[in-house]
Design a protein around this ligand. Sequence first.
Ligand code: AMP
Ligand code: MN
Ligand code: MN
Length: 339
Amino acid sequence: MSSQFDASVAALRSAIEQGESFVIIPHVNPDGDAIGSAIAVYIALTKKGKRVELIGADEVPRNLRFLPRWEEFRSAREMFPDDAPTENMPKEIEHFDLAIIVDLSAPRRLAHARHLIPLAKAVAVVDHHELGDDVADGILVVDSSYAATALLLYHIWEAIGFEFDSDIAQCLLTGIATDTGGFKFQNTDARALRAAADLVQRGGNLSLIHEMVWDRKPESALKLLGVALNNLRIAANGKVAYSTLSLQEYESVGATDEDSEGIVNEVGKVDSCVISALFREHLPNRIRVSVRSRGDIDVAEVCRKFEGGGHKNAAGCTFSSSLESAIAALMPSLEAAAL
Ligand code: AMP
Ligand code: MN
Ligand code: MN
């Protein structure tokens, strides 16, 4: 660990010790790492007797509603319905000593929850993504060598003055498990496995995580997978596999964007492909793209060219256009990266 990193951890510890009121915020369209990390920090701060709010732009995804205390999340979309600062804020969110944003560093990816930032005296970022051009101004506890924000938190847990309990272990284990694809992606290193073993010992339940996160889905999600597999397209001599989901297709099977979780990984199973992508029209003319790669191909770099980001092997971006225009815009870069 660099001394810069250690200094940030020490700054976070002192901000936690000195602060009385906190808000914890995960990224928009949150995943198991964002939610698990946020709840873990929430529980730890609550146990220290602090006043803490847990606020995200979006609701907790259904498949994460087995996590302890998930009901305590409040929705920033409801708090800021006009996506602008509002005057008559409930008293408990008028002021915070520290806002802690987890699993992202870019205020842009807070969506509606970014309006909470000016209400906080200081900001801390705990994240494992490469820093982009939009970085929150504050204490940066960021190291992209960690497979998950939850894994980074696990490593700094005692240094920032937190104590473990079994609920916290379950939340951190969920973050590590989800960002490593159930301990099978390339980012599954010895450090992640050691942390997982310890978190299981502290009360984490890995088989429950597998069942709830991946192995139980609503009928609409399975039907949506069927649609996406049926729409499979191949490009770059088999090196790129991609698929699409139109708004009409979502509606035809009664699915929401949440049901598309994991589909890009199914598309990526085409044996010849090294890059896979899923283009989803989750709102009219709003296209979310999930991109995955094998080996050394850096799709985060490609997505950053389109104001997106992520990790080398798992990234994304969004387009305000039709599905076909988004495909036309992104595919040349994906094909070039695949060659
Ligand atoms: P997803 O495909 O939604 O699972 O996202 C894969 C990775 O890409 C995650 O690390 C996300 O944080 C990141 N990502 C997805 N969409 C965007 C975006 N529009 N901007 C920046 N990063 C993104
Ligand atoms: Mn995430
Ligand atoms: Mn993460």
